[in-house]
Design a protein around this ligand. Structure first.
Ligand code: GLC
Length: 685
C-alpha cells in the first residue's frame, strides 16, 4: 500500500534525474513507464504525505532496490521472466540430478564390511591364555596384559570363553551366576577394565553365552529342586524311579541324560553333565530371564555373543524314546551320543525362534555406528549341513551372523588336496546365497590341527583359512603352531575325558606359550600351572617366533595383513582351480582390479602342478608368500608350480582377464563388487 503513490509521482520529477533521463530516452522504457503509471493510477491515489517518498523513487532506476509492487510490474516481461524461469528450472534440474546421483551411489555402493567380517576372530580360553595373578590359572587381567598380541597379528575380534561365576565342573560352561565374574578369573572391575582397554585399542569383545543349561549350584536350580515358584518349572523335570530313567535319552558326555533328585523326588534333564541341568525354554519366564542377561552384558558394552550348544535348547515334551542308530543294539548298552538319532532332543521346532528373539534384543543395541552386536552360533550338526545353514539370517528374519563352520575340523581324516576342496565346497555349495562364510580349524573342544593333521601342515592350514573368503576363527596358539599336550589318564581334568579318556579335551587346553621362560611366560606361579605346558615351548613360543620370517607366527601375521589390505582377498571372487591328492588351488580376483592371487596348498607330498590349461592365468606367476620363505619372490611358470610337502603358496599376478565370468559354477562371491580404478571406489556389479 505504501509504494503505489511513489509511482504516481514519478512522471513529474523524472526528467531531473540522470537515471530517469536515460530511461526517458529509451523509447521502450517510456512505454513501459507510461503503462505502469496508468495501471497504478487506476488503483491508487497519492496523498500529500507520500510525495516526498515518491520523489525519492524517481531518482533511481525502476529495477534497483524497488519494492515488491514495482517489481511485479516488470517481472512478467519476457526479458526478466525468461532468465528467471531458466534459472528456476536449472535449479530444479540440478537438485533432481543430485538426488538421483545420491540414490544411485547409495544403491550401487556395496555394503561396507562389518568388524566381524574384516578381522579374524581369535578365541581366548581364559584359563589358559595368561595368568595375571600368579595362581597358575589364566584370568582377565592376564588377557589385558596381552592385548598387544592381537594388534601385532592384526586381529580385532576376540571371543573369550566363559568367565562367569561357576563351580568349574565344565570349566565355566556350568554357570552359577550369569551376572558376575568367577573369582578365579577376577572381578567385575577386571572385566570392565578389560573391556575398556580393548575398546581403546579398537578391539571387539565377544562373550560366550550359555542358554541351554546352568550349573546345579545356580539359585534357580536350587529353588526348582524345592519346587519353589516361579522356579519349579525352570528346568525339565519328570517323574521317574531312582534307578530307572524316564526314557533312553543320553548325554553328550555319555550315559543317561536324566538324574534323580532325592529332594524333589523327580528326574531332571541334563544334555551335558548332571551338574549342568537343562533350562526349560518352553517356560516363557526362562526366555525372559535369559533375555535379561543378554541386556545386562550388552549394557556393559560387549560386542557380541557366541551362543553355546544351541541345538540342545528345546526338547520334545512327550519324552518318547529316541530311535537307535543300530536297532539291533541292546538298549541298555546305548550310552553315547552317536548311538541315537536325536529326533526329540536336537534342533526342535521353536529353537530358532528363541535365537531370533535374542537377535531382536541385540539389534536394539546395534544402531549406533560401529556398534553392531554380532551373534555366532555353535551347533555340531555333523553331516546334516542344511541344519547348520538354518542359523543364518534370512532376508526377512534375522538370526545369527553365521553359524560356526566346523567342517574343516575333519580335514585330518584323509588329509589331501581333494579332501580340502571337498570340505571347503561342502560349506560353499550349501551356504545360502549372499551369506558370509567362516572357517574354524580348532577350538577348546577339538584336538589341535598341528597334532591331528601333522605340524608340517599347520602353515598351509592357516594359509587356507586366511585366504578363503569369509571370517577365519583362530584358537589361541594356532598362530604359533601349538600342539596337543600329553596328559596322563590319572591327571585328566576334563569331565568328558573322565568318562572317555580318548575324548579328553585337556590336551588342546594347555597354557599359551609366550616365551621360553618360566611356565612358557604363561604364569609366574612357582608350583605349576593348571594343565602342563607343552614341552616344545622352548622353540614354539611367541617371543622366539617374533621376527623370524619362517615362523608360523610371522606367516600368520603377514597373511592377516594381506587379507585386510587386498580387496581381492577380503571381498573378491573365489574360484576353484585345481584339486588332487596333494594340492588344492583356488583363485582370488576382483573385477576392475588387475592384481589377483592364486593360492596353492599342499596337503600331501611334494608335487608339481601344471595349470597351463587355465588360459586366464598369465604364463608366469610370482610367489608373494610361501610358507617356506626362501621361495618368496620366485617366479614360476604356470605349467610347473612346485610345492614341498605342506607348503602353501600365495602367487600374485597381474591381468585384466578374469576367470569367474566363464566359470560361474566353480566360483563364489558373497556380495558382488567391482573396483573402479579411476575413482578408487567399489561399486555393485
Ligand atoms: C559347548 C562348549 C563345550 C561345553 C558344552 C556344554 O559345546 O563348547 O566346551 O562343554 O558346550 O556347555
Amino acid at each position: 500500500m505504501r509504494a503505489a503513490p511513489h509511482v504516481t509521482a514519478v512522471a513529474g520529477d523524472m526528467s531531473n534525474s540522470v537515471e530517469a533521463k536515460d530511461g526517458m530516452e529509451n523509447p521502450e522504457f517510456q512505454m513501459e513507464e507510461r503503462e505502469s503509471r496508468e495501471v497504478i493510477v487506476t488503483n491508487f491515489s497519492a496523498g500529500p504525505a507520500d510525495t516526498v517518498e515518491a520523489s525519492a523513487y524517481s531518482q533511481i532506476q525502476p529495477y534497483a532496490g524497488m519494492p515488491r509492487e514495482v517489481l511485479l510490474i516488470y517481472s512478467h516481461r519476457a526479458r526478466y521472466r525468461l532468465p528467471r524461469e531458466l534459472i528456476f528450472w536449472l535449479i530444479i534440474a540440478c537438485t533432481l540430478a543430485l538426488v538421483a546421483l545420491t540414490v544411485t551411489v547409495v544403491a550401487l555402493s556395496p555394503r561396507c564390511l562389518s568388524w566381524w567380517q574384516s578381522s579374524p576372530v581369535y578365541q581366548v580360553y581364559p584359563r589358559s591364555f595368561r595368568d595375571g595373578d600368579g595362581d597358575g590359572v589364566g584370568d582377565l587381567r592376564g588377557i589385558r596384559e596381552k592385548l598387544d598380541h592381537f594388534q601385532y597379528l592384526n586381529i580385532k575380534a576376540i571371543w573369550i570363553s566363559p568367565f562367569y561365576t561357576s563351580p568349574m565342573k565344565d570349566f565355566g560352561y556350568d554357570v552359577e551366576d550369569f551376572r558376575d565374574v568367577d573369582p578365579i578369573f577376577g572381578t567385575m572391575q577386571d572385566f570392565e577394565d578389560l573391556l575398556t582397554a580393548m575398546h581403546e585399542k579398537g578391539l571387539k569383545m565377544i562373550m560366550d553365552f550359555i542358554p541351554n543349561h546352568t550349573s546345579d549350584k545356580h539359585p534357580w536350580f536350587q529353588k526348582s529342586r524345592e519346587n519353589v515358584e516361579p522356579y519349579s518349572n525352570y528346568y525339565v523335570w519328570t517323574n521317574c524311579s531312582i534307578d530307572k530313567p524316564p526314557n533312553n535319552w543320553v548325554s553328550v558326555f555319555g550315559n543317561s541324560s536324566w538324574t534323580y533328585d532325592p529332594l524333589r523326588k523327580q528326574c531332571y534333564l541334563h544334555q551335558f553333565l548332571k551338574e549342568q541341568p537343562d533350562l526349560n525354554f518352553h517356560n516363557p519366564d526362562v526366555k525372559r530371564e535369559m533375555t535379561d542377561i543378554i541386556h545386562f552384558w550388552l549394557e556393559k558394552g560387549v560386542d557380541g555373543f557366541r551362543m553355546d550348544a544351541v541345538k540342545h535348547m528345546l526338547e520334545a515334551q512327550h519324552l518318547r524314546n529316541e530311535p537307535q542308530v543300530d536297532p539291533e543294539q541292546p538298549p541298555e548298552t546305548v550310552d553315547t551320543e552317536f548311538e541315537l538319532h536325536h529326533d526329540y532332543t536336537y534342533t526342535q521346532v521353536g529353537m530358532h525362534d528363541i535365537l531370533r528373539g535374542f537377535r531382536v534384543v541385540m539389534d536394539t543395541y546395534s544402531r549406533e555406528p560401529g556398534r553392531y552386536r554380532f551373534m555366532v552360533t555353535e551347533s555340531y550338526d555333523y553331516e546334516e549341513i542344511d541344519k547348520t545353514m538354518m542359523y543364518y539370517s534370512t532376508d526377512f528374519i534375522k538370526e545369527g551372523d553365521f553359524p560356526f563352520n566346523f567342517y574343516l575340523l575333519d580335514l585330518p581324516q584323509g588329509l589331501s588336496g581333494t579332501r580340502a576342496h571337498e570340505l571347503v565346497d561342502l560349506w560353499m555349495s550349501n551356504m545360502p546365497k549372499g551369506k558370509w562364510p567362516n572357517w574354524v580349524v580348532g577350538n577348546h573342544d577339538k584336538p589341535r590341527m598341528s597334532s591331528s593333521a601333522g605340524k608340517e601342515y599347520i602353515r598351509a592350514i592357516n594359509m587356507l583359512m586366511l585366504t578363503l573368503p569369509g571370517t577365519p576363527t583362530t584358537y589361541y596358539g594356532e598362530e604359533i603352531g601349538m600342539e596337543n599336550v600329553h596328559i596322563n589318564i590319572s591327571d585328566i581334568q576334563d569331565p568328558f575325558g573322565k568318562f572317555n579318556p580318548n575324548s579328553s579335551r585337556d590336551p588342546q587346553r594347555s597354557p599359551m606359550q609366550w616365551s621360553s621362560g618360566l611356565n612358557a611366560g604363561f604364569s609366574e606361579n612357582q608350583t605349576g600351572t593348571w594343565l602342563p605346558i607343552h614341552p616344545d615351548y622352548l622353540t614354539v613360543n611367541v617371543e622366539t617366533e617374533k621376527g623370524n620370517s619362517s615362523s608360523v607366527l610371522e606367516q600368520y601375521r603377514r597373511l592377516s595383513h594381506l587379507r585386510e589390505s587386498e580387496l581381492a582377498l577380503h571381498r573378491g571372487w573365489m574360484c576353484y582351480i585345481w584339486k588332487d591328492t596333494n594340492v588344492f588351488a583356488y583363485l582370488r580376483e576382483m573385477d576392475g582390479l588387475r592384481r589377483a592371487y592364486l593360492v596353492l596348498l599342499n596337503f600331501g607330498e611334494a608335487a608339481k602342478t601344471d595349470l597351463a590349461f587355465i588360459k586366464e592365468l598369465p604364463s608366469d606367476l610370482t610367489v608373494h608368500t610361501s610358507t617356506i620363505p626362501v621361495n618368496n619372490g620366485k617366479r614360476y611358470s604356470k605349467s610347473d608350480i612346485p610345492t614341498g610337502k605342506g607348503e602353501g603358496l600365495v602367487l600374485e599376478f597381474s591381468s585384466y582377464q578374469r576367470f569367474h565370468p566363464g566359470h560361474k559354477s566353480e566360483c563364489y562371491i558373497s556380495e558382488p563388487a567391482c573396483y573402479l580404478g579411476a575413482l578408487n571406489i567399489l561399486y555393485q556389479c
